[in-house]
Each structure stands twice: as C-alpha cells, then as structure tokens.
Design a protein around this ligand. Structure first.
Ligand SMILES: [Fe+2]
Ligand SMILES: [Fe+2]
Length: 282
C-alpha cells in the first residue's frame, strides 16, 4: 500500500486525457491529485471515473484552473463552484480539504494526510511592493495571470479575502490534530517562497502562487512532507529538513508524451528511495 501524488493533469488537453486512460491499476494504493484537473465538470467526471477504478483511495485539493469561471465551466462562481466540485468528489468517494483528514496506515510512516485549500493573497512579492501595488508590479513586467479574469471569488470581496477565510479554517483544523503524529500537507501552491525562485522567466508570477503566511508551517507543525504543484516545474527539495515535492504533469509541452503518464506519479510513501531533485525544467 503506497501513496502516490500528481497534480496539474490539465484535462482540457486531449493528449493528457488520452494518456490518463492508459495508466495501469494500483488496487492497493492511494493517489493525491493536487489541483488543476481541468476547468469543467466533465474533466472531473472523466478523471475520477478512471482514477477511482485504478486506485483504492483518491485525495484532491483544488487548483486555480479547477475554480475558473471559464466558458467550459457551468456558470457557477467562487465558493459555489468549489462546493460543486466537492460534491462531485463525494460522488466518487474522493477525499477533499473539507472532510476530517484521513490517517495513513500503509507503507512508511503513520501520519495524517491533509489536503489544503488556501488560494493566494499576492504576499509572495518584494517587501518594497505594497499590497495595492502588487498587480501593477506584475503587470509592469508584461504579466497578468488569467485568474484575474476567470477566478471569481464570490461571495468574497477578492481572492485574498477568500484566501484569508481558508487560511483561518485550515490553520484551526491543523492545530486541532494530535501533536505527536506527523502530517503530510497537500496544497496546489508551494507553501514556501524558495521554489518560486525557479520562475526565472516570469518571476513576478509569484504573486499568484500561494501565501507567505504558510512559510513556517513545515516547522510549526510536525510535517513529514509537503506535496504541491501549480509551477509545472517538477522538483524534490528539502527545506529545513522537510521534503517538498512538486508533482505536476502540466501541459503537453511539459512532459514526455512517449512515457506512460504513470511515470509521473511521485511516490510519497514509503518514499524510501527519495533523493533531492533540484528541479526538472519542463
Ligand atoms: Fe497547472
Ligand atoms: Fe495552477
């Protein structure tokens, strides 16, 4: 019984959809899906109808694309869209950030698996750039994330306000866990600023990559590993002795289509052969 992870399946791409259909069966194992399955309900049904038959248990956390109010989406906005995705997850028995965190009793260590839904608040920016200036600062480099058009925060005032709500909910939930058992934190965004240094071509994209408020969580809590995606830059790093796994597949240009997609499933537990992989620029 092993624990695997992947993120950023981006099933709007036919290449990624076709590849998902070819993966083998893992009847004993669990799979983490750390966000960006796709923009439509159909992408979720497609993913879960395949993956729920291939794995014993699935754990999901949302990515920005999953929440987009895109022409492919069904008109739902913000929290309503998130709750609709949670409902679809429940149809397939998929664990979401809003249930009790499950305990892992398979190979490796005994721990909690904590899928987090935290969003971002533009705080991964230089100290001299004020909050109100963050979007201008990114825009000055020719950058504007499509989230600004497609990610509707309703009923919250803004994505940072929604992020604040999710932060408070999540922090309280993590604090309520027993302190003597380790946890694996699972989020779409990196939780730590260090991986953002790999955004060398688009450094100011960092403002759409999480919240600096989580940067000490791997030290504050008893964290065995952090699993995330979003950057489409696969990597295994250790920060302050804690393992951080960027597990994205990404767009077709980000992976080797001659490989079976299962090649990109990252073994999180037992993880006995983990070696630092500074980054795979994809
Ligand atoms: Fe993505
Ligand atoms: Fe993303």
């Amino acid at each position: 019984m092993k624990l695997y992870a992947i993120s950023d399946l981006h099933l709007s791409y036919p290449e990624n959809r076709d590849a998902l259909a070819t993966i083998p069966y893992y009847p004993e194992d669990w799979l983490i899906i750390a966000g960006d399955i796709g923009e439509s309900e159909a992408h979720f049904h497609y993913a879960f109808s395949i993956l729920s038959k291939r794995f014993a248990t699935l754990i999901w956390t949302p990515g920005n694309h999953d929440l987009w109010c895109h022409p492919l989406a069904n008109g739902l906005r913000g929290e309503e869209k998130y709750q609709n995705l949670v409902r679809i997850c429940h149809e397939y028995g998929v664990i979401t950030p809003d249930e009790p965190y499950p305990e892992w009793r398979g190979e490796g260590i005994s721990c909690y698996l904590a899928p987090l839904f935290l969003l971002y608040d533009y705080s991964f920016r230089p100290p001299e750039v004020a909050y109100d200036e963050a979007l201008h600062w990114a825009h000055d480099s020719g950058l504007m994330c499509k989230d600004e058009f497609y990610l509707n925060p309703r009923p919250y005032l803004s994505v940072p306000h929604w992020c604040n709500e999710r932060y408070n909910y999540t922090y309280a939930k993590l604090q309520a866990l027993p302190r003597d058992k380790p946890m694996i934190l699972i989020n779409h965004y990196p939780l730590h600023a260090e991986p953002l240094k790999r955004l060398t071509r688009i450094p100011r994209f960092s403002i759409w990559c999480g919240t600096a408020r989580t940067q000490t969580w791997h030290q504050e809590f008893l964290v065995h590993a952090v699993v995330y995606g979003h950057l489409h830059i696969r990597a295994t790093d250790f920060y302050e002795g804690v393992r951080f796994e960027e597990v994205s597949l990404g767009y077709p240009k980000h992976w080797d289509l001659s490989q079976n997609l299962s090649f990109y499933f990252r073994e999180i537990l037992p993880g006995s052969n983990v070696v630092e992989m500074p980054s795979e620029r994809v």
